[in-house]
Design a protein. Structure first.
Length: 204
């Protein structure tokens, strides 16, 4: 039986694939930081340190990728314009059209991270971050990890560990250039996917 969620995904994925089929694969690859293999008719990109291959011209996925993750990748390939990635970090609420949806996501994510971080040691967090493809970088936060969700779409997870006065807390941030690669609806999906991955790894 096809659920409402499945129908929504299928309709949006079909629309995205049609738009991609009208574009040059080589141009898509260049603008998105991906690799086009004309000999084998494939477009290859990376998401959270894992290679993802799409068969052209239908843009179907070779590897098993969760549906909404697929949709984000399709939308990224469609929207990417090769704008240089900014290292300046912004909240989801600061995205274009992010005042309502993005601001709510920022608030919800801080609450989810507070629950996720509770009781976890610094070493455990380093292991989880590494398993999810994150890279530890210097920051004023106790821990800061950079995740390349897609080639030109980084996210930063900043963590402040618990002390005698405060519980552990965290924030998820995006690049100021993020609007050139995904709309706010997909941005919050990306944040949700990363959060789910962090949880899944921590439960193993």
């Amino acid at each position: 039986m096809c659920t409402k969620g499945n129908r929504a995904f299928e309709e949006m994925a079909l629309s995205a694939r049609k738009r991609l089929e009208e574009k040059s694969p080589a141009e898509i690859a260049e603008k998105s930081g991906s690799e086009y293999d004309p000999k084998n008719g494939r477009l290859k990109t990376k998401s959270l340190a894992e290679q993802v291959s799409l068969v052209l011209p239908e843009y179907s996925f070779v590897q098993e990728v969760e549906e909404w993750h697929q949709l984000v990748i399709l939308h990224y390939l469609d929207l990417a314009d090769h704008t240089p990635v900014s290292e300046e970090q912004i909240t989801f609420g600061e995205l274009k059209d992010g005042l309502i949806r993005g601001t709510k996501f920022d608030h919800d994510m801080e609450s989810e991270l507070a629950v996720f971080l509770k009781g976890k040691s610094e070493e455990q967090l380093y292991q989880i971050i590494k398993a999810c493809g994150g890279e530890i970088i210097d920051s004023k936060a106790d821990i800061c990890a950079k995740f390349d969700f897609l080639p030109y779409y980084p996210l930063w997870l900043k963590i402040w560990l618990a002390d005698d006065e405060f519980e552990a807390s965290g924030k998820l941030l995006l690049s100021k250039s993020a609007d050139h690669y995904l709309a706010v609806e997909d941005a919050v999906t990306v944040g949700g996917i990363l959060m789910e991955k962090l949880r899944a790894v921590s439960d193993v």
